[in-house]
Design a protein around this ligand. Structure first.
Ligand code: 2P0
Length: 355
C-alpha cells in the first residue's frame, strides 16, 4: 500500500448583496457583471470536504453527501480538478528545477484522488450549495497540493466549477471582479473587508422551501442574457454604480445604505428573471410576504433596520444589526409559526422555519 496524502477543509456559503446573473463565457464561467457577497459563518451553512491522493487509486472518485457521483459526467468537476492538478504539476517542476532531488518531489499531480464532500444543509435549494461545494473542493486541493497561489488566484479555479464559488474562498465581504480578459485571468474574488470589520452585522435565513429549484441558475441566467431587455441596462449602468456604493457603505459600516442597495439589487435581479422569456419566478407568496413584513418593520422603526435578499429560490436571507435581530426573529416567529405555514400553498407546503 502506497502512502496516502490527505487534506480536509470547510468552506461556507456566501449570500450576494449585488447579484451575479449572466455569463459572457459559459465554458470559463466569466460573468456579465461584478458581484459582491457576505460569507456566512461556517458553523451553520457549509461544505466539509476531504480529499485523499494515493498512487494506489486507479480512478478519481467523489462522494457527495454519501452518494457516489460520476466525476467525468461533470465538466465543471473535471475542469476544476484538472486546473488544480496543472498548478501542482508546475510546482513539482519548479521543485526539481530548484535542485530538490526528483525522489523527494512527491508526484501528487500524477495520483488519482478520492473526494468526500458533505453539506450540512439541503443541496440545490437556492442556498448556494455549489458555492461552498466548489470552494471547499478547490481549497482542499490547494492544501493537499501545497499550492503557492494566493487565495484570489485560487478563486479562479473555484470559478470554473461554479461562478459564485469564487466568492466563498474568502470570509467577510467579498467582491467578484468580472474582469475583461477573454482568458478569465482577471475574473477573480477579492476580499473587500474581513468579518471582524463589521461584527454587528448578522444574517438570518428563513427557509420557505428546501425543495430543489425548478429552473437551475445556470440555465436561467443564460435565458435572461438572451431574452431580457431590462438586463442590458442592469449590466451597463446599475451594477457598476452599486458596486462602488456598496463598497463605500461597507467601509463606513453604513447599514441603511447597505440594506437599501441589498433590497434594490435583489428586487432588480428578480425583475430581470420575470423579464426573461419564458419568465422565471423564484420567489413565492411566502417570500413576498416576508419582503412586505421587512418594509413594515422598517417603517415602524422609522429607519432601514433590516434588509431581505433572495437568490434563485424562495428562501429569504435577512441582514440586520445585532441590536435589531432579536426583535426580527420574534416577529418572524410570530408571523410565520413553524408548524403552520401562513399561506397554505399547494406548491410550498413546507412549514416556514428559521435557523
Ligand atoms: C449570486 N446566484 O450572486 C447569484 C444570485 C443566484 C442568484 O450565483 O452557473 O450557481 O455555477 O456559475 O454560481 C447562482 O449561480 O451559477 C448565483 P454557475 P451559480 O449568488
Amino acid at each position: 500500500m502506497g502512502k496516502v496524502y490527505e487534506a480536509t477543509v470547510t468552506a461556507p456559503v456566501n449570500i450576494a448583496v449585488i447579484k451575479y446573473w449572466g455569463k459572457r463565457d459559459s465554458a470559463l464561467i466569466l460573468p456579465t457583471n461584478s458581484s459582491l457577497s457576505v460569507t456566512l459563518s461556517q458553523d451553520h451553512l457549509s461544505t466539509r470536504t476531504t480529499i485523499r491522493a494515493s498512487p494506489d487509486f486507479t480512478i478519481d472518485r467523489l462522494w457527495l453527501n454519501g452518494v457516489e457521483e460520476d466525476i467525468n459526467a461533470s465538466k465543471r468537476l473535471v475542469n476544476s480538478i484538472t486546473t488544480a492538478r496543472k498548478l501542482r504539476e508546475a510546482l513539482e517542476e519548479k521543485q526539481k528545477q530548484d535542485g530538490i532531488p526528483a525522489e523527494s518531489v512527491v508526484p501528487l499531480s500524477q495520483w488519482k484522488i478520492h473526494v468526500c464532500s458533505e453539506n450540512n444543509f439541503p443541496t440545490a435549494a437556492g442556498l448556494a450549495s455549489s458555492a461552498s461545494g466548489y470552494a471547499a473542493l478547490v481549497s482542499a486541493l490547494g492544501t493537499l497540493y501545497e499550492l503557492p497561489q494566493t487565495t484570489s488566484e485560487l478563486s479562479r479555479v473555484a470559478r470554473v466549477g461554479s461562478g459564485s464559488a469564487c466568492r466563498s474562498m474568502f470570509g467577510g465581504f467579498v467582491a467578484w471582479q468580472a474582469g475583461i480578459a477573454d482568458d478569465g485571468h482577471d475574473s477573480l474574488a477579492v476580499q473587500v473587508a474581513d468579518r471582524q470589520h463589521w461584527p454587528e452585522l448578522q444574517a438570518l435565513i428563513l427557509v420557505a422551501s428546501d425543495k430543489k429549484k425548478a429552473v437551475s441558475s445556470t440555465a436561467g441566467m443564460q435565458t435572461t442574457v438572451e431574452t431580457s431587455s431590462l438586463f442590458a441596462e442592469r449590466v451597463r449602468t446599475v451594477v457598476p454604480q452599486r458596486m462602488e456604493a456598496m463598497k463605500e457603505a461597507i467601509a463606513k459600516r453604513d447599514f441603511e445604505t447597505f440594506a437599501e442597495i441589498t433590497m434594490r439589487d435583489s428586487n432588480q435581479f428578480h425583475a430581470v428573471c420575470l423579464d426573461t422569456y419564458p419568465p422565471i419566478s423564484y420567489m413565492n407568496d411566502t417570500s413576498r410576504a416576508v419582503a412586505g413584513l421587512v418594509h413594515a418593520f422598517n417603517s415602524a422603526r422609522g429607519r432601514t433596520a433590516a434588509a431581505y435578499t433572495y437568490d434563485a429560490g424562495p428562501n429569504a436571507v435577512i441582514y440586520a444589526l445585532k441590536s435589531d435581530m432579536r426583535d426580527l426573529v420574534e416577529l418572524f416567529t410570530y408571523c410565520f409559526p413553524r408548524e403552520d405555514s401562513i399561506l397554505p400553498d399547494a406548491f410550498y407546503p413546507d412549514p416556514f422555519s428559521i435557523f
